[in-house]
Ligand binder design. Structure first.
Ligand SMILES: [Zn+2]
Length: 254
């Protein structure tokens, strides 16, 4: 199954985001998000978008859209702003906390953008951002340069394709060569729980013969037979239905 990602063009509709000399963040983010999505799609990812036009959605609606779609990753694209014009420039990525594959993805995106010419302002934890704390999957918010920096805007306009490619490469590098274990949202479908290991083994062999990826975990005096693991709940639920149809009593555990 291909990896799925939801891309979010920051702001939209009646929320322009940051504005500088008539330039609106929501327009830059939409254009860049669509360009990144096209590259990811060409690399075999399932790409979904919170918006592809100039519409308003609250951050909460954006997060729920990702959760309801059950995507594996969420990347929100923004442009930054500083209280004083032309003082700060550079790229920055935000994550819920500094751990796991989302941190790795944020670092890879920043590194790629640095190679295009941006100052790399690093990765910051922002536990209070709704699109980072209400999304159930690893989520990264990319600030692709400051909209009130002439330096960053020149980079953005002159190297637009390279910037889209940089963000896509940062995402793809992370998925192809993850250094860290994925976030601990791993699910199994439990098919049986026995005190007698012989019964557990019998069920295990029966499942293995039908090509299920079954295993036994021992704990609290029980031998639990389970199928998996699955990195998202949707896949586990699909397997659960499959096993139910085959006549097994099942529950999903994580
Ligand atoms: Zn923004």
């Amino acid at each position: 199954m291909p990896i799925s990602i939801m891309l979010d063009a920051g702001h939209g509709g009646r929320d322009p985001g940051a504005v500088y000399n008539g330039r609106q963040e929501k327009d830059d983010t939409l254009r860049l998000t669509l360009a990144v999505g096209e590259i990811l799609q060409n690399h075999g990812l399932d790409v979904e978008y919170t918006r592809t036009t100039d519409i308003y959605q609250s951050p909460y609606e954006k997060a729920m859209e990702a959760n309801n779609a059950g995507v594996d990753y969420f990347v929100s694209i923004h442009r930054n702003s500083f209280p004083t014009d032309n003082v700060v420039s550079g790229v920055q990525s935000l994550v819920y906390n500094l751990s796991g594959i989302k941190l790795e993805m944020a670092e890879n995106i920043n590194d790629q953008l640095e190679a295009v010419g941006f100052v790399n302002l690093g990765v910051e934890a922002r536990p209070n951002l709704i699109v980072l704390n209400r999304t159930k999957m690893p989520a990264v918010l990319v600030e692709a340069g400051f909209i009130n920096s002439n330096t960053d805007n020149a980079l953005f306009d002159e190297n637009f394709d390279d910037i889209a490619q940089a963000i896509a490469s940062g995402i793809l590098d992370t998925l192809n060569h993850p250094d860290s274990v994925p976030d601990p949202s791993v699910y199994y479908v439990q098919v049986g729980s026995f005190r007698n290991p012989a019964y557990a083994n019998r069920l295990l062999n029966e499942l293995l013969e039908q090509d299920y990826t079954a295993s036994i975990v021992e704990g609290d005096g029980f031998f639990r037979v389970r199928v998996g693991s699955f990195e998202n709940l949707e896949d586990a639920a699909e397997m659960e239905q499959d096993l139910k149809r085959a006549g097994y009593p099942t529950i999903i555990v994580s």
